[in-house]
Each structure stands twice: as structure tokens, then as C-alpha cells.
Write a protein that binds this ligand. Structure first.
Ligand code: GAL
Length: 688
């Protein structure tokens, strides 16, 4: 299994608590560095990520190295029994490097060479940057590889972006030659070349997509996104060569991201591919708690969804690599977490599979762009303020949770997310520009299970489907023949499959299936979708589903029923009285098709039927109202049950069995109260 498991089974298990520590900003303040070590203990922290942006301090001039400060910091942390996640510093370069080797700088899609500055902006193809990073990483591994405090490698920081320089163009062309067997005709066929006279007769004519050039060839756009993922991974693989050589037992991670507003998966890299190269998934979570566009519970549901995706990428616990104990500095409005929210939001991460609560950053910077970003230690240098105290409380709670480290949560339900599908669907000119909302649609399907405390894996198409009772694949617009045949086997073998409108339309080259819906899909679902009707935002229609009326918006599929059962039919428009929701028995399993974008009330009722039919159940049953979430981590001897109130009101919940309150050791049963934003962690011994 993973290196993470190896690390944790060979030594005492513990929840990581701490975060990004940037002592290189404070080297002229030994008093501050000394306070840090004292305060780390007062905050009940134990793990620090070092050196993430420290290149200009580690190598102030080419070939001139300064490691003594890092030696001291690592030793000081070790002295207090702390552990270190050591970063490779490639996330930001020193100025001397950009000046001497301009090749490391990116060229943007408009073919403008970027200047030195900011961060996360190097060319992934640059040979010089690859050499420089490997050289630096080898020095780090040689010097610290056997240090007892070293827990893990943190490779670079938040990989992202793309470069369009000539080196990248050549790398892209080589990637394409490989993919299309050195046969330009295969590329032209895949990209539908003759359209708008876009046939290439030489590889050198192919350019990456650009706002001032080619941007209308969808196959090209899709291949470019795939190439960017592969090239980023190739850069990463180059970075870790010395680490694998010298420290084969130290696990490797890199911190993933989410898109801010809806907390949907990071869009520009295919993390399902990246995950295969990592020992441990880690990610940086910055939900906008207390915002003015959604309820706390709605946001909590989205946090649940993305955690379940990142956990499912490797089917093992992940790490929360960065979070803020208070506010960030880059949201439109940077609101402080209300009292209690820090503990609640941190425990939600753990409840969904995180084995850590780590922050950006340990100490607030004094200058530059992140001087107001929340941190454990504020400019007041005090351990008495609210934020510090709430961090210390999280630390105490984590100390009681070491049993759950390394444990996964089994699920009978899976929802499928696919990065390639998202790219292709967003690129598709058609449907509604603003209403495709693929990841948001998945969140809407996830909601019912979150509200009912039923564990869900959010998986990707490469993963095994066979262990699930229910597989939900909303808006799977791009689907290969191979995936279709795996879906077919899933249903044939007894699985229940739910598919929706705008699914099964193009193959992996973004070419539409010809001759109507794919035969295999027709066979599984017993229907043939004929047309997708895209609606204006104010348009509405209604569906009668099992005698109840539900509103739909945005999309409605006109369906020809071949052998399915009509579960719901449209009420209005030219397709009134025709099927909108169908079900079909296929061999041992069942396949449902939801033809329209129906709302939460429909999903609640629709999925309740499947929950009953398939006997889907929470790992621990608690009766509660909306906005309370119950999640379970199963350790060897006991289950740890997280009762979380994501509302601004007190909530009554009813426990179906007696449990022990982890904090007070009291026995709890029957009705109990959760205060606003309260989280109670209770234990239930397992019966073996
Ligand atoms: C992350 C980044 C950190 C810090 C943080 C602020 O995206 O990795 O270095 O900038 O945001 O929220």
C-alpha cells in the first residue's frame, strides 16, 4: 500500500497538526524564532512544512548555499518532538536564475514572455529549470534525508498553469506524434481536420491553443489539457528523482487545490492522473465560511464532496496541507471564522478522511502580499488571542484521534467525476454557456447522501466500479467505448447505475457518436435520447415523477422509450407526456436515466427510493434535521462518530444507540442537543 501507511505503522500513529512555517522571513529575529518553538508547543502542534518558498535563502547566488538556518530550525523542531514536511523549493525561483536563464520563464497563451516575479510560473519543459531543481533537491535529500524529524516530501507548491514557449511547443508536438503514431492523418482524423480548413500536413504547423491563433479545434484543446497534465507530472517526476534515490522510504506528496467560489475540483490539471504518482494526496482547503451567497450547510456539503473526491483518488486518507485558522487574504471579502467554526471545519476534514490539520501559515508575515492572511501567530505575537486558543483546542482534540490515522471509510455509493469530461463539456459550443455546471451538478446529486449521512466515494473513470451498489454518473458527456463497456459490465453484474441528460455524446477524441446514442447505452437503459432541449434561465417545465410534480430547469432530454419503464414524464411543451425519467432492468442490475435538470426536492425523493431498495445506510444512525452532518471514521476497536452542526441554530438529534462522548467520557443516548457550530465526537466500541 502507500508509503503513508508504512510510515504510520512503523511508528506511533498521530494526527498531524501545524503547517507552513517560513522561518526564512525571520532570520534576523532570533527572538521570534525562539518564540516560535515555545508557541508551537502551546498550540499543541507537531508538524511543520519547511522551505516551500526558500530558494533565494537556500541558494542566494548560483552555487552558493546556506543550509545552516534550516539545520537549526529542523533540529529545534526535532527537540520538541516535532516532525518536518520538507518542501522542494521550485514553487518560486530566485531572481538570479530568471536573469541568467530566461528559459525558465513562461510564455503565456498570447505568446508573451513573462517577466520575473510572483511564483508558480516556471516553464515545465525548461531543461535548465529541471537541472536546477534536481540539483537543489539532491542537496536537500543528502543533507536531511536521514534526519529523524523528516516525515514527508512536499514537492513544489500547488502545481498549475501552462507555458507556450518554443520548448513547450516542441514537447507538445512530440507528445502528439507519440499519441498519433507519427501519422499526421490520424491527428487530422481525430481533430476533424477539414472543418474550417484545419488540416495539418506537417507536425511543425501544430501550435498550442491561443486567443490570437487556434482555439476552435476541440480535439486540440482537449489534447493540450492532457499534455499540460502530463508535462506537469513529467516535471514533478524529474524533481523527485534524487528523493527516490536517496530517501525511498519517505513518502511524497504535492498539495492539490480547489476552485474557490463553489469549492469544485481544481480545473486545469487532471488530478486522477497526478494521484498515481503520489504516495499521499494532500490539498489546500479555503472554504469561504459565513459567506453571503449560500448557507453554512450548503458549503459544508461542498466541502464533504471535494474531500470525498480527494480521498477516493487513492482510497486512503489524505492530508489537509493548508487551511486558515481565521481568514484568508484573497477572497473578495475576507471574513473571520466565527467562534467554534475552526474546530467544526477542522473536524469535518478529519471526519471525511484527513489525517492532519495544517495551516498556511504558522506566523503572519510582516510584509508583502500575505501580511494579512490568517495565521496561528498574529502580529501581536500573543498566545492569548482567540485564534491561537482555537488552534490549541484543535490540537488537543486531534491528540485524542490518533486511532483513526490511516483508516478509510467504506462506501456503497459512488459518484463519478471526470476531469477530461469537464474540459470537453466546457469547451462544447452548444447547450447553455452559463448552465453546464458539471461539477456543481455532481454536488447536487451528492447532497441527498450527505444529508442522510450515507458515505459516498467520488471516484474517477479509471477506478473499479464493482464494489459499489450504486454508481451515479451525471452529465458524462465524454465517454469512451471502454468506459461504456465497463458500465455495461457493472450493471450486468447487479449494479445500479444512474445517468443524466447530456451523457454519452462524444468519445475520448471529442468526436460525437454516430447513428444515435451508443448501442450499448441503448441496451442498458432501454431508451434513445433524441434531443437535448436547452432552456433559458427563466424557462421552467415540470415532471410528474411517481405522481408528484417537480420543477426542472436548464435541460430537458426528449426520450424515445424502447424497453424502459417510464418513472416520470414531462408536463409541458412539445414533449409533454413523454418520458423524463426512466428505469430499466439490464441483466442482474438496473439503470436509471434522468433526462432533465431536476432540483433538490426531486433528488431527495428519487434517491430515497434507491436508498430503500438497495438498503443503503449510514455507518451510525442519528436522526436529525437539515444542516447536521454525521460522518464516521472506523478505527480497529471503535468507530469515531462526528456529529456536526452546520447551522446557526441549536439542533436536537436522536442517537439510535448509546455512545461515549470523547471529550467528557460521558455516556450519551437518545436525544441530545448540538449548539450552533458545535461538533461532538463520540465513540462506539465495535462488536467483533
Ligand atoms: C495557497 C498557497 C500558500 C498561500 C495560501 C494563502 O494557495 O499554497 O502559499 O499563498 O494559498 O491562502
Amino acid at each position: 500500500m502507500s508509503h503513508l501507511k508504512k510510515t504510520y505503522t512503523t511508528e506511533a500513529k498521530f494526527m498531524l497538526h501545524g503547517g507552513d512555517y517560513n522561518p526564512d522571513q525571520w532570520l534576523d529575529r532570533p527572538d521570534i524564532l525562539a518564540d516560535d518553538i515555545t508557541f508551537m508547543q502551546l498550540a499543541n502542534t507537531n508538524t511543520f512544512s519547511l522551505g516551500i518558498f526558500a530558494w533565494s535563502t537556500l541558494e542566494p547566488e548560483e552555487g552558493v548555499y546556506q543550509f545552516d538556518w534550516l539545520d537549526k530550525v529542523i533540529n529545534d523542531i526535532h527537540q520538541i518532538d516535532g516532525r518536518v514536511i520538507l518542501a522542494t523549493p521550485s514553487g518560486a525561483r530566485p531572481a538570479w536564475m530568471s536573469q541568467k536563464y530566461p528559459d525558465v520563464l513562461r510564455v503565456n497563451a498570447s505568446r508573451v514572455k513573462q517577466l520575473h516575479g510572483a511564483r508558480h510560473n516556471h516553464c515545465f519543459t525548461s531543461e535548465v529549470y529541471r537541472e536546477q531543481t534536481q540539483k537543489m533537491n539532491r542537496l536537500l535529500a543528502e543533507r536531511y534525508g536521514s534526519h529523524p524529524a523528516l516525515l514527508m516530501w512536499h514537492i513544489s507548491n500547488e502545481y498549475g498553469g501552462e507555458c507556450h514557449c518554443e520548448n513547450c511547443q516542441n514537447a507538445f508536438r512530440s507528445w502528439l506524434k507519440e499519441k498519433y503514431n507519427h501519422d499526421i492523418k490520424q491527428l487530422n482524423d481525430a481533430w476533424w481536420g477539414p472543418f474550417w480548413s484545419h488540416t495539418f500536413n506537417d507536425w511543425s504547423q501544430v501550435e498550442s491553443p491561443s486567443p490570437i491563433g487556434e482555439n476552435a479545434v476541440h480535439g486540440l484543446n482537449l489534447d493540450w489539457r492532457r499534455f499540460v497534465t502530463d508535462q506537469t507530472i513529467s516535471f514533478f517526476e524529474n524533481e523527485i528523482v534524487p528523493l527516490k534515490d536517496l530517501t525511498p522510504n519517505i513518502p511524497i506528496t504535492t498539495n492539490f487545490m480547489a476552485e474557490t467560489h463553489d469549492l469544485i475540483p481544481f480545473q486545469s490539471l487532471d488530478y486522477s492522473k497526478f494521484a498515481q504518482h503520489l504516495d499521499v494526496i494532500s490539498w489546500d482547503a479555503y472554504p469561504a465560511w459565513h459567506n453571503d451567497w449560500e448557507s453554512t450547510a450548503d458549503l459544508a456539503m461542498k466541502v464533504g464532496f471535494i474531500n470525498d473526491l480527494y480521498r477516493s483518488l487513492k482510497q486512503q486518507p489524505f492530508l489537509l496541507m493548508e487551511s486558515t485558522p481565521s481568514a484568508v487574504n484573497w477572497h473578495n471579502v475576507n471574513k473571520a471564522k466565527r467562534p467554534g467554526m475552526h474546530l467544526l471545519s477542522s473536524m469535518q476534514m478529519v471526519a471525511h478522511g484527513s489525517d492532519s490539520i495544517l495551516y498556511f501559515q504558522w506566523r503572519k508575515s510582516r510584509g508583502s502580499s500575505e501580511k494579512f492572511h490568517g495565521a496561528v501567530v498574529d502580529h501581536d505575537n500573543s498566545t492569548h488571542n482567540r485564534v491561537f486558543q482555537e488552534v490549541a483546542e484543535v490540537g488537543t482534540t486531534l491528540q485524542q484521534l490518533s486511532d483513526v490515522v490511516g483508516t478509510n471509510r467504506p462506501a456503497d455509493v459512488a459518484i463519478l467525476y471526470d476531469w477530461e469530461n469537464n474540459w470537453a463539456l466546457n469547451d462544447a459550443q452548444g447547450f447553455g454557456r452559463a448552465t453546464k455546471c458539471y461539477p456543481q451538478t455532481l454536488q447536487q446529486h451528492y447532497r441527498t447522501f450527505w444529508e442522510r449521512d450515507i458515505p459516498v466515494d467520488v471516484i474517477t473513470k479509471e477506478q473499479d466500479f464493482s464494489s459499489y451498489k450504486l454508481l451515479i454518473i451525471p452529465m458524462l458527456y465524454l465517454v469512451s467505448e471502454e468506459t461504456i463497456s465497463r458500465l455495461k459490465s457493472f450493471v450486468a453484474g447487479g449494479g445500479t447505475l444512474v445517468m443524466t441528460y447530456i451523457s454519452g455524446i462524444v468519445n475520448e477524441y471529442d468526436l460525437t457518436y454516430m447513428g444515435g446514442w451508443h448501442q450499448d447505452l441503448q441496451e442498458i437503459f432501454g431508451i434513445k435520447p433524441l434531443e437535448t432541449d436547452t432552456l433559458y434561465p427563466s424557462d421552467r417545465n415540470r415532471v410528474n415523477y411517481r405522481g408528484q410534480i417537480y420543477e426542472l430547469k436548464d435541460y430537458a432530454t426528449v426520450i424515445e422509450n424502447q424497453s424502459a419503464r417510464t418513472e416520470g414524464f414531462y408536463q409541458e411543451d412539445f414533449y409533454a407526456q413523454t418520458p423524463a425519467v426512466t428505469s430499466s432492468q439490464y441483466k442482474q442490475g438496473k439503470a436509471y436515466y434522468i433526462g432533465a435538470r431536476l432540483q433538490d426536492d426531486f433528488h431527495r425523493d428519487f434517491y430515497q427510493t434507491l436508498i430503500d431498495e438497495l438498503s443503503l445506510a449510514p455507518a451510525f444512525v442519528v436522526q436529525h434535521g437539515r444542516g447536521v452532518s454525521v460522518q464516521v471514521r472506523q478505527a480497529e476497536e471503535k468507530n469515531y462518530i462526528f456529529l456536526m452542526n452546520f447551522t446557526e441554530e441549536e439542533q436536537q438529534v436522536t442517537l439510535k444507540a448509546a455512545v461515549k462522548d470523547m471529550a467528557t467520557e460521558e455516556e450519551l443516548k437518545g436525544n441530545i442537543t448540538l449548539a450552533k457550530y458545535e461538533v461532538k465526537i463520540v465513540e462506539k466500541r465495535k462488536v467483533h
